[in-house]
Design a binder for this molecule. Structure first.
Ligand SMILES: *Cc1c(COP(=O)(O)O)cnc(C)c1O
Length: 387
């Protein structure tokens, strides 16, 4: 089966893990710090702006908490977004307000956002669909003008940028994922960014029981007489990562430029070889200055044949899917019967193709060829049924 997502973990990651085993320090320590520093450098921000977490979902819950979101507040997010994002809002006792998206990029536009903002809007939780930055600069301005906090879910956008500025750093807070299906993989893990370093310090505290200081669990020598004491002034959970996973992350950061090059090659092939396929729309070109991490490659297939095309691909050993199922249709979020026509149409037409750096040229050839046959024959079938 050709996977849609796939991690690239090998001997270099194993060697880094072995080194951590031999060091006898598996918990949060030097490697975690190194990974955080490297990630901050990659974003182009100082180390005081980031802290790692055990998942992106945890970092999202944390961002919503630190935004001071609570009962009576609204948080706007796209209908095409990750379930964890809506859960973070709902579990804070606030109301998730779902907005529509661009029909082609599946990203929120300023016009979509403005329809959803109310005086109760406390924050916007923006997704960079598939790695496309979208109108993030303009959205950041709107949020600032309205006094609304902007949190960027940059799980798809680990190396996305606009004019050299990293996605995830346009707003007040940003979060990234390193789970097993993302571009950079630590098996499980996340990163939290805040514009305000005090917020990062508050985040780090909340990620470790709410303790006032952390030196007790680093290898640093404590010089106080009673180094075993700790100071509790707030109550929180334990959501840190560790040196085993961070060591994997450091190797993945070394390999990231290679991953991105290979992903771009595959996207270029898809663009070139699918451009003339009737009934299929490809992701629109990126505006000048925009860089995508190429996390997803999505087609939009006309004529109600998306699902049967996906089945044909599956039967030929190619796994595809749609990301992300509509959240306003999840009854538990209480959106009622709000209509978001672009998102709804996109959810019926959009199919994400295999995209990861381990795809071989043969995998890509096979996918393109099966897709050509499936779309052509299913479209002909649909037309015949109609006439
Ligand atoms: C994967 C993903 C997440 C969650 O990341 P975890 O690290 O698995 O918690 C959040 N948002 C988006 C858009 C994702 O794709």
């Amino acid at each position: 089966m050709i996977n849609i997502f796939q991690p690239s973990l090998g001997d270099a990651e194993l060697a880094a893990v072995a080194e951590v085993f031999r060091s006898n320090w598996l918990g949060r320590g030097a490697r975690t710090q190194e990974f955080e520093t490297r990630f901050a450098n990659h974003l182009g921000v100082g180390g005081e702006h980031v802290t790692s977490a055990n998942s992106c979902t945890e970092a999202t819950f944390l961002a919503v908490e630190l935004a001071g979101v609570g009962p009576g507040d609204e948080v706007v997010l796209p209908a095409v977004s990750f379930v964890g994002a809506a859960n973070a809002v709902a579990s804070a006792g606030a109301r998730p307000v779902f907005c529509d998206v661009d029909p082609r990029t599946l990203n929120v536009r300023v016009t979509d956002l403005e329809k959803a903002l109310t005086p109760r809007t406390k924050a916007v939780l923006l997704l960079h669909y598939g790695g496309y930055p979208g109108e993030v600069e303009q959205i950041a301005e709107v949020c600032e003008d309205r006094g609304v906090l902007l949190i960027e879910d940059a799980a798809c956008a680990v190396a996305s940028s606009v004019d050299g500025r990293a996605c995830g750093t346009f707003g007040d807070m940003g979060v990234w994922s390193f789970d097993h299906g993302k571009v950079v993989v630590t098996v499980d893990g996340g990163m939290f960014y805040a514009k305000d370093p005090d917020m990062v310090a508050a985040a780090a505290k909340r990620l470790y029981f709410g303790l006032e200081q952390f030196s007790g669990f680093s290898q640093a020598q404590r010089t106080d007489a009673r180094w075993w004491d700790f100071e509790v002034s707030s109550f929180s959970r334990r959501s840190i990562t560790n040196d085993v996973l961070a060591a994997i992350g450091c190797v993945q950061m070394d390999r990231l430029p290679g991953f991105l090059r290979r992903r771009q090659e595959i996207v270029t092939r898809y663009h070139k070889d699918l451009a003339d396929l009737p009934g299929v729309l490809l992701p629109p070109p990126l505006p000048p200055g925009h860089v995508s991490s190429n996390y997803l490659y999505w087609l939009q297939i006309d004529g109600g044949i998306r699902d049967v095309v996906a089945k044909d691909l599956y039967e030929n050993g190619i796994y595809t899917t749609f990301r992300y199922p509509l959240l306003h249709r999840v009854a538990a979020y209480g959106a009622g019967d709000v209509r978001l026509p672009n998102a709804e149409r996109a959810a019926e037409m959009t199919l994400c193709l295999p995209l990861h750096q381990a795809l071989t040229d043969e995998d890509v050839d096979h996918t393109i060829s099966v897709l050509h046959d499936a779309v052509t024959s299913r479209l002909a079938g649909a037309r015949k049924a109609q006439s």
